[in-house]
Design a binder for this molecule. Sequence first.
Ligand code: FES
Length: 127
Amino acid sequence: MGNESFFSQAIALCQSSALVNAGEAVPFDVMYCGQSCTAFAIRYADEAHAYLNRCSHVPMEMDYQPNQFFDLTGHWLICATHGAMYSPQTGRCRGGPCRGGLIKIVLTEADGLVHWHTAHNIKPVDF
Ligand code: FES
């Protein structure tokens, strides 16, 4: 067991019912490498996933309307700016001008609640 998982902290994010397959994302704030960033959680094929809201092409937010990341097919996450497309399950680039994939944030789901997990470079925002 690495230190990383030992020190990972689970933070309540939302109710499971807030995440619908290919539906709207639930946004949340994180500190990524010491910078405050937004992140988002979505559901695809019944599984919840979360990523930093930061395109790999140009590091900017991707939603074309607040919390809308899925393209019209409901199978890909798309960046509104130049159309980079990513897999909702892995964050890997599927097409367009991406330079790598999205940065994934670990989620767990139990008893109707979704939690996100901190990592060495992804921390909660300090208040
Ligand atoms: S910034 Fe996302 S595709 Fe260019």
